[in-house]
Design a protein around this ligand. Structure first.
Ligand SMILES: *[C@@H]1O[C@H](CO)[C@@H](O)[C@H](O)[C@H]1NC(C)=O
Ligand SMILES: *[C@@H]1O[C@H](CO)[C@@H](O)[C@H](O)[C@H]1NC(C)=O
Ligand SMILES: *[C@@H]1O[C@H](CO)[C@@H](O)[C@H](O)[C@H]1NC(C)=O
Ligand SMILES: *[C@@H]1O[C@H](CO)[C@@H](O)[C@H](O)[C@H]1NC(C)=O
Ligand SMILES: *[C@@H]1O[C@H](CO)[C@@H](O)[C@H](O)[C@H]1NC(C)=O
Ligand SMILES: *[C@@H]1O[C@H](CO)[C@@H](O)[C@H](O)[C@H]1NC(C)=O
Ligand SMILES: *[C@@H]1O[C@H](CO)[C@@H](O)[C@H](O)[C@H]1NC(C)=O
Ligand SMILES: *[C@@H]1O[C@H](CO)[C@@H](O)[C@H](O)[C@H]1NC(C)=O
Ligand SMILES: *[C@@H]1O[C@H](CO)[C@@H](O)[C@H](O)[C@H]1NC(C)=O
Ligand SMILES: *[C@@H]1O[C@H](CO)[C@@H](O)[C@H](O)[C@H]1NC(C)=O
Length: 864
């Protein structure tokens, strides 16, 4: 059977390169960069005028002398797979002196490598490098004519090599048997058709630019073969899918959504276990999107699909969701906080060991003492507080803190200690400290961490103060210098500016004020009062000279040039509607891009969807629903060019003085280089929370906004977020993976006529029943799987206003699969187990997630 499969593969594409020694130079001459398969075949034909045909392996092969090494590719030549999906060749990331043989997506403009051969031994000079089939039938990568940096391990002699359209590089013997394939030696990427087995697993890159083996792997749990785990350094599991159960892993219920992915697990719970996935064609017969899972160098597993419309990879699922759950992310003595933009920081008195890597997002090097002295008896201790840790060698002793400290100071590998004031117990810590993070606030642990720092507190502080003084002096001098230079430049620039001004006036920026950066800096008091932080930038409160309040949005990663920016801003500025936040002006100076909006005194809707947030009356909620719908409908249907918002969510619905709703942030996705993936990343990585067409890579239409509007409507009715952590005030870094997903349950209740169960209980029954029913039904219509079933936004407005009758929708199937799947054994939807807010409402879903299943216990770590 195997030979048959191989034969089919072979027919699909034959790639034979001549055994003539100087073939490589011939090929190099014959084309410049991309090798077109047809072209290769042609050039081989030149060597074999015997009429060998493309796609055939028969015949002439016997004429070749089998013992010679054959060059398959060299230098900057690349090979394309049959349908131009993948490309094989030498590549580098950011270092000119490190080249790798690898496979990447040919049609994707952002380089995306899926496989690397010589991960550990980069090549210095690609012009001498070759990939050859040796005389003993192995595929090798040579740095130059003598040095082999990588070779395959096949026992049977390979005769031929081909790159299949799945991204698999295969070697075949002269009989046409498969003797080796790159899918058996994955790097960090898991493609459709590739299987994870007891011996095949993924290992992350070391950093975003270094393909050598990193610290994190994704593998079958090696003793049970029934679950898939993320492991650190080959030993410590820190995330698990949970055991396989019929058709999905217990901890990944999303797998049951009958979508375009098919997962199959052959022989689970045996050493022969093999887990793979494939893509199913879309209903309309279009090919499914390019897709991949990777184990990121930050230790997360992420799933992406290629989003043609936006020309970007769209990440819609990743685990563990909390970056700080990645084992050892911040390295030795690094402190992790997932709430900040940059998750890792060093403890006081320490600085990054390798600050370049640290700044680039690779924290593995950890932190070291700021002083150069290794250790001294005079060292002091700095209190860090109640934090958790891993990875240290611990020696427990009883005594006062000073006794513990003395003990610690006597050994240079002691890096700190935990002390419990009450029990007088201390634990001295040796060698390394990993996973430092704020303990959950449940207060059961009273141990405080003290880290050893140089020269006993005070002395050190003085030194730092001295250093600061010096730095201040230097800074002062530089300021004086730069002011001088600056004035000179400004004077010079003025003249140029005059010319630009004339250009500016030509631009039809109606009713938009052009602000200078200085003006806005003053208005916001040096960007001091933060109002919020969105996907595109931070928003600050400002007060203009006419004492009107504004919200100033500083764009974080402005894409495109000045001209594009002005054109887009102009488009946005011309869109005005009572339910859209008005743009008052902008600033575009050097690299600064700022937008100035009218200020919305009541903030965003999201603030009212928290338990501890202010309650909104039913009347206000209904007005918000209608107002938001009108605003979006205007964007979709009434302004000159249709605008898809792409990011409808409570954070982007702002409330005016009288609680009327205004949609904000429209037009920005386009303004910032159509970075949809960024938008998605803010939507929590949950399948089913975004419109299904985001995942399938289909074209995004206005109906994607309708879907998000429906989701927002559910949140508004329920007075809660759709994805939500359970009740208690446990610290965000701690404990459970448990979470609830409100929409499937709510949709079912609404369709069954049980709207009262869904309504926010803070309203205490004070709501208009007919309005509530209308809102509920509209929400369910909006979140239909099939976009053609969803109403247009204009229709939504009519439905809400009661102008048209609303028929009964189906509960959305994709979402429903999440709650009714086999992974929710014995938990009836809406079952009354009272785990949620003391009511029966959300219990059904939440109890499907068993926290024990998804958090790996200490014992199992030890046993692996
Ligand atoms: C192969 O190339 C080498 C050096 O480029 C040359 O000396 C030799 O004659 C060539 N052999 C053939 C068969 O073309
Ligand atoms: C490939 O390399 C050859 C010679 O080394 C050079 O002439 C050619 O410009 C290169 N092509 C590309 C696309 O870099
Ligand atoms: C490959 O070559 C064939 C024939 O020369 C041509 O029709 C085809 O467009 C080429 N494909 C690419 C991707 O260059
Ligand atoms: C080719 O290889 C075979 C076996 O590896 C060996 O017996 C034979 O002598 C070799 N022929 C040449 C010309 O090197
Ligand atoms: C390549 O594309 C053609 C036409 O779309 C298709 O028939 C063929 O199956 C594809 N081949 C592979 C290996 O995907
Ligand atoms: C993966 O497993 C499936 C099912 O056993 C099998 O058909 C397929 O050939 C395997 N793929 C590879 C690359 O081994
Ligand atoms: C990783 O594991 C190896 C042995 O398996 C061990 O020698 C090494 O110290 C470990 N590295 C870290 C950073 O834990
Ligand atoms: C320091 O402590 C480590 C770990 O407990 C121990 O192995 C080492 O022998 C100690 N060194 C001295 C000098 O006591
Ligand atoms: C832990 O969290 C608290 C409250 O968020 C914060 O004040 C404290 O600084 C944090 N601890 C550390 C070591 O960052
Ligand atoms: C998975 O099953 C194995 C054996 O069937 C069991 O030992 C293990 O504890 C289970 N894992 C989880 C996370 O429940």
């Amino acid at each position: 059977m195997v030979p048959q499969i191989v034969l089919i593969l072979l027919i699909s594409m034959a790639f034979g390169v001549s055994s003539i020694p100087n073939a490589s130079s011939e090929i190099t001459k014959s084309r410049n960069h991309n090798v077109n398969m047809t072209h290769v075949a042609k050039s081989t034909e030149e060597f074999f005028p015997t009429g060998r045909k493309l796609g055939s392996l028969k015949g002439s092969r016997k004429l070749e002398s089998l013992n010679e090494s054959r060059v398959v590719l060299s230098g900057n030549i690349t090979i394309l797979s049959e349908n131009n999906t993948f490309e094989l060749g030498f590549f580098k990331t950011n270092d000119e002196t490190k080249w790798y043989l690898g496979i990447w997506f040919a049609s994707v403009p952002t380089p995306t490598y899926v496989w690397v051969a010589n991960r550990e031994r980069p090549i210095k000079n690609p012009s001498l490098a070759t990939m050859e089939i040796t005389e003993d039938g192995k595929l090798v990568v040579k740095e130059d004519s003598r040095t082999i940096v990588w070779e395959t391990s096949n026992l049977d002699k390979a005769k031929d090599v081909k790159l299949l359209d799945q991204g698999n590089l295969v070697l075949v013997s002269s009989e046409g048997n498969l003797v080796w394939q790159s899918f058996d030696f994955p790097t960090d990427t898991w493609l459709p058709g590739m299987n994870l087995t007891a011996t095949k697993w993924l290992t992350s890159w070391k950093s975003s630019t270094d393909p050598s083996q990193g610290r994190y792997s994704l593998r079958l749990q090696p003793s049970s073969y029934g679950e898939i785990v993320l492991v650190y350094n080959g030993t410590y599991p820190y995330w698990s899918t949970g055991n396989w159960s019929e058709n999905a892993f217990v901890g990944v219920p999303e797998m049951t959504v009958p979508y375009i992915y098919k997962f199959n697990f052959i022989s689970p719970f045996t050493p022969m276990a093999s887990f793979g996935y494939s893509e199913v064609s879309l209903e309309n017969g279009m090919p499914p999107p390019l897709t991949r899972f990777i184990v990121d160098f930050t230790g997360q597993i992420k799933q992406f699909t290629w989003f043609q419309q936006a020309q970007s990879w769209n990440m819609f699922w990743s685990q563990p969701e909390n970056l700080c759950k990645t084992y050892g992310l911040c390295g030795n003595l690094g402190f992790c906080n997932s709430k900040t933009l940059n998750p890792c920081k060093c403890l006081p008195g320490f600085s990054p060991l390798d600050s370049d890597s640290w700044d680039a997002g690779d924290f593995s090097g950890g932190c070291r003492r700021e002083s150069n002295e290794i250790c001294s008896k005079k060292d002091g201790f700095e209190e860090v507080g109640m934090v958790s840790y891993d990875g240290a060698r611990v020696v427990s002793i009883t005594g006062t803190r000073s006794e513990c400290e003395r003990e610690c100071l006597g050994n240079c590998s002691c890096i700190g200690l935990y002390h419990n004031e009450r029990t007088k117990l201390c634990k001295n810590l040796y060698v390394s400290l990993l996973n430092l993070r704020n303990l959950t606030s449940d207060g059961t642990i009273e141990d405080k961490l003290y880290v050893r720092v140089q020269g006993g507190g005070n002395a050190q502080k003085k030194q730092i103060q001295g250093r600061l003084l010096l730095i201040e002096m230097i800074c002062g001098f530089m300021v004086i210098l730069s002011v001088g230079i600056g004035t000179f430049l400004v004077l010079k620039r003025r003249r140029i500016r005059k010319k630009n001004k004339e250009e500016e006036d030509v631009f039809p920026i109606m009713n938009l004020k052009v602000f200078s950066y200085k003006e806005l800096n003053a208005a916001t008091k040096g960007f001091s009062e933060k109002l919020g932080h969105g996907g595109f930038g931070t928003v600050f409160l400002g007060e203009l000279s006419d004492s009107s309040l504004v919200a100033v949005k500083r764009l974080e990663r402005p894409g495109g040039g000045e001209k594009e920016f002005r054109a887009e801003v102009c488009t946005i500025g011309n869109i005005q509607h009572v339910n859209l936040v008005r743009l008052r002006g902008f600033c575009s100076e050097n690299s600064h891009r700022l937008l100035v909006y009218e200020y919305m005194p009541k903030g965003s809707l999201s603030a009212y969807l928290r338990r501890d947030g202010q309650n909104l009356s039913w009347d206000v909620r209904f007005r918000i629903a209608v107002g938001t719908a009108k605003g979006i409908a205007y964007l979709h249907e009434e302004c000159r060019s249709c605008i898809i918002h792409c990011d409808i969510k409570p954070e982007n619905i702002l409330l005016d003085e009288d609680f009327s709703a205004k949609v904000s942030d429209f037009g920005l996705a386009k303004l910032l280089g159509r970075d949809f993936s960024r938008v998605l990343a803010t939507m929590r990585g949950t399948w089913g929370y975004v419109a299904p067409e985001w995942i399938s890579g289909l074209a995004i239409t206005t109906k994607a906004d309708v879907y998000s509007y429906g989701m927002t409507l559910l949140e508004l009715i329920g007075g809660r977020r759709n994805v939500e952590a359970p009740t208690s005030a446990r610290g965000e870094e701690g404990g459970t993976e448990e979470k609830w997903f409100f929409p499937p349950w709510a949709a079912r209740q609404i369709v069954e006529g049980n709207i009262a169960a869904v309504i926010d209980e803070r309203l205490c029954g004070m709501y208009d029943v007919t309005e509530a029913e209308r809102l509920g039904l509209v929400a369910v219509w909006c979140i239909q799987d099939d976009e053609s079933m969803r109403p247009s936004m204009g229709m939504v407005v009519k439905m809400l206003e009661g102008v048209v009758e609303i028929t009964m929708p189906q509960p959305p199937k994709l979402l429903q699969a999440l709650v009714s799947g086999e992974s929710f054994h014995g938990v009836g939807v809406g079952s009354d187990n009272g785990t949620s807010r003391g009511t029966s409402r959300s219990g059904g879903f939440s109890s499907g997630y068993n926290p024990q299943l998804s958090t790996v216990s200490r014992q199992s770590q030890a046993s692996v």
